[in-house]
Design a protein around this ligand. Structure first.
Ligand code: UDP
Length: 237
């Protein structure tokens, strides 16, 4: 394992990461590309947990003004299960062993989340995809990634984004936006930087889980992140 800075990682993919150009639904070519990169990690002996979001299908806030928030959030959590199954299918089609564990029980479809069992799967080289968020409304899948990362004792959260790190202002709007190589949790929280929501960032801070924010669109980036190449922005103590 000398190759790698981290042994066990938690990969957080937003729902949009699976959607390709149009931002909605699942693009199977994109899912295959991500799966191929995950496969490389598994072959390097890295233990991989993954949390997928659901922004490509439904977010709780889509129902704002017309729906009960809790119901809308449950819809979001169920939508993460659709993405998790798509990622599972894509990974298994190229020979990667996986398990999906859900925070809301649906035992005909996937295992329930059981921490010890998840750890065992990881040790056996299976990719464990954590679906249905935390199982609680009013939370996000970033918080899920932080929570599950703490539970499975992951060395880092790999936060795959559309942008290649954290900037002081929106790089799409401002040419003079500056990218940070490193940040502390407190910087993120105090400056309200767009890394993850404050619940998720606080959980990472309290449990000292580093977060590496990097661009998923750049092929090979997941491996670069693992081998400790200087990409993206590292948020730590
Ligand atoms: N969600 C929730 N509790 C959780 C995780 C997710 O209620 O623990 C719901 C929430 O409505 C959220 C949606 O699921 O908007 C999808 O998750 P998220 O917005 O984090 O997806 P992403 O932005 O990563 O695609």
């Amino acid at each position: 394992m000398d190759c790698c800075k981290y042994k066990r990682v938690m990969l957080k993919l937003s729902g949009e990461a699976l959607s390709g150009e149009n931002g909605f639904g699942i693009d199977f070519d994109v899912a295959q590309r991500i799966s191929t990169e995950i496969k490389e990690l598994v072959e390097m002996g890295i233990e991989v947990g993954a949390v997928v979001g659901a922004g490509n299908i439904w977010r709780g806030r889509n129902g704002e003004g017309s729906m009960d928030r809790t119901t809308a959030d449950y819809m979001g959590m169920l939508a993460t299960c659709i993405n998790a199954l798509a990622l599972q299918d894509s990974l298994e089609s190229i020979g990667v062993k996986t398990r999906v564990q859900t925070a809301i029980e649906m035992k005909e479809v996937a295992e329930p989340f059981i921490r010890r069992r998840a750890m065992r799967h990881l040790e056996k080289g299976r990719v464990v995809i954590f679906a249905a968020g935390t199982g609680n409304p009013y939370f996000s899948t970033d918080t899920t990634a932080a929570l599950r990362a703490a539970e499975i004792e992951a060395d880092v959260i790999l936060l795959a984004k559309k942008v290649d790190g954290v900037y002081n202002k929106d790089p799409k709007k401002y040419d003079d936006a500056i990218k940070y190589d490193k940040l502390s949790y407190i910087n993120v929280l105090e400056q309200g930087l767009q890394v993850m929501d404050s619940t998720a960032a606080s959980l990472c801070m309290d449990n000292n889980i580093p977060i590496l924010v990097f661009a998923l669109d750049e092929p090979g980036n997941i491996k670069r992140a693992i081998t400790g190449e200087n990409i993206g922005t590292l948020v730590s103590k």
